[in-house]
Design a protein around this ligand. Structure first.
Ligand code: AMP
Ligand code: TRP
Length: 327
């Protein structure tokens, strides 16, 4: 069995980009693999968080994991800060990383743009992510396309340590990216990716959005003026993004969908997309409401942390030993 690890930040507004790009894969993988899914709260404090909101969002993501179909009997669900190995390994990896490679991360460049000085956590964030992955001897990391560069860095660090410190210190992981849905763009600006933090709520569809909000956001999504439904990211980014969402939710190929809507207007196409999206999200919302209020949730996280910690401790022992740390 292969080991799978991934994480989502508890920062609220988990959207269909997160779902179609990453979360959907989490469910698919759990039957054939040993899956570990983390709520990466230490990552979320790279930008200031309100402590009360953060705690609420941690439980929200845990409940969402279960609401989309991650089964705690099959997979391990836990909160990052419950396992101290993440921060510990992160320091060891920091000492085996270079400022040059970190400066090249596009996410850091985007987030620090225009600032004279950026929070150091934003800069070292990919190292903590590498620690998350390497701590569990992970084989496969299902994520959205925007994380490709971070996965590459994680592999580089693992290979470097294996070459310079000791062979087989780390398992070198592979990223797993979906063909459709790996990069969902903002509905109001299809040239930037759908994000949790964008000010305009109609730029995204959150997984827990009510039917009328889903409808509003899709009906006002940016398209273009040529009126033809066709996939062409360069010239028709808005329509192409809607086609990607349609394809990801329906499981149908883009060509098939384009053929179906041949000669139709954007309005008709959007209406169908509204229906498909509402249908996909309704059961998630219903499950979420039940799970979020249940006592089982805390028990799942406690059990998850225990299981994760057992694996993490074993890895840390090996890593410390290979580095000559301790006595
Ligand atoms: P985050 O919101 O940064 O915690 O991301 C959680 C997961 O969702 C990661 O695997 C991301 O790659 C994925 N993701 C985030 N935004 C998008 C997007 N707009 N399209 C596709 N996947 C995304
Ligand atoms: N950095 C990821 C994101 O912003 C979240 C994340 C943190 C992650 N640690 C991880 C994803 C480990 C996969 C594996 O989306």
């Amino acid at each position: 069995m292969k080991r799978v690890f991934s994480g989502v930040q508890p920062t609220g507004n988990i959207h269909i980009g997160n779902y179609l790009g990453a979360l959907r894969q989490f469910v698919e993988l759990q039957d054939e693999n040993e899956c570990i899914y983390c709520i990466v709260d230490l990552h979320s404090i790279t930008v200031p968080q309100d402590p009360k909101e953060l705690r609420k969002h941690i439980l929200d993501v845990a409940a969402l994991y279960m609401a989309i179909g991650i089964d705690p009997k099959k997979s391990t669900i836990f909160v990052q800060s419950d396992v101290s190995g993440h921060a510990e390994l992160s320091w060891i990896l920091t000492c085996n990383s270079y400022t040059g490679e970190l400066s090249r991360m596009t996410q850091f460049k985007d987030k620090s743009k225009g600032r004279e000085s950026a929070p150091a956590g934003l800069f070292t964030y990919p190292i903590l992510m590498a620690a998350d992955i390497l701590l569990y001897d992970t084989d496969i990391v299902p994520v959205g396309n925007d994380q490709k560069q971070h996965i590459e860095l994680c592999r580089d660090i693992a290979i470097r340590v294996n070459n310079t410190v000791k062979k087989n210190t780390f398992v070198v992981p592979d990223g797993r990216f979906l063909k459709s849905g790996a990069r969902i763009m903002a509905l109001d600006d299809p040239t930037s990716k759908m994000s949790k933090s964008a000010e305009n709520e109609h730029s995204r569809i959150s997984l827990l959005d009510a039917d009328n909000k889903i409808k509003k956001s899709i009906m006002r999504a940016t398209t273009d003026s040529d009126g033809e439904i066709r996939f062409d990211i360069e010239n028709k980014p808005g329509v192409s993004n809607l086609l990607s969402i349609y394809s990801a939710f329906s499981g149908r190929g883009i060509d098939d969908i384009v053929a179906q809507f041949d000669g139709c207007g954007y309005g008709d196409f959007k209406k169908e997309l509204v229906a498909i999206t509402q249908e996909a999200l309704a059961p998630i919302r219903k499950n979420f409401d039940e799970i979020r209020e249940s006592e089982e949730l805390i028990k799942v996280l406690k059990d998850g942390a225990e299981k994760a910690n057992t694996i993490a401790e074993k890895t840390m022992k090996r890593v410390k030993n290979n580095f000559g740390l301790g006595y």
